[in-house]
Design a protein around this ligand. Structure first.
Ligand code: FES
Ligand code: FES
Length: 171
């Protein structure tokens, strides 16, 4: 089976895909995008989180063919279209700065989920972000540093947006 997705702003095709394969398998094994992790393959851990047409999904639960023709945003593309492997998005940088990464296996999925959350809610409370991120499991950190990282990323985004608005109003 052949599938085609618009991945991080670029149209990518994969041929020879097993009809029962998941979107996660296609991304990792056919499209050379190993950032999304495969921990449970049952929709329980969130390590495979990606945005599918802007909606947060577990890529392990989406059949490859269901996503055909759709827009996929993976952790590799959070720094923007055309980002290279070494480019780091603002949420990724906040995770690094807050010390929210230990083994790192949960991190890609969390970063995608946080990016999605902050796009809709620029200043989440602890309760809101715990609820929003409840589908992303971490075995290492105890979540405290992750929550610190989300607040750090949110504050930086608000500061950037405020600076942009101030600059815009000035002329
Ligand atoms: S690998 Fe998809 S939710 Fe765990
Ligand atoms: S940092 Fe190891 S699972 Fe989260």
């Amino acid at each position: 089976m052949k599938v085609s997705y618009r991945v991080n702003g670029v149209t990518v095709e994969a041929d020879g895909v097993w009809p029962g394969a998941s979107l996660l398998t296609v991304l990792r094994d056919h499209m050379d995008l190993p950032g999304s992790k495969n921990a449970c393959e049952q929709g329980e851990c969130g390590s495979c989180s990606v945005l599918l047409d802007g909606e947060l999904v577990c890529a392990c639960l989406v059949q490859a063919g269901q996503a055909d023709g759709l827009d996929v945003r993976t952790v590799e593309g959070l720094a923007g279209d055309g980002a290279t492997e070494t480019d780091v998005g603002d949420v990724q940088q906040a995770f690094l700065d807050a010390g929210a990464v230990q083994c790192g296996f949960c991190t890609p999925g969390l970063v995608v989920a946080v990016d999605h959350l902050l796009a809709r809610n620029p200043d989440p409370s602890d309760a809101e972000l715990r609820e929003e991120l409840s589908g992303n499991l971490c075995r290492c950190t105890g979540y405290v540093k992750i929550i610190d990282a989300v607040h750090l990323a949110a504050a930086r985004r608000r500061a950037t947006a405020g600076a942009g608005a101030a600059g815009g109003s000035g002329g």
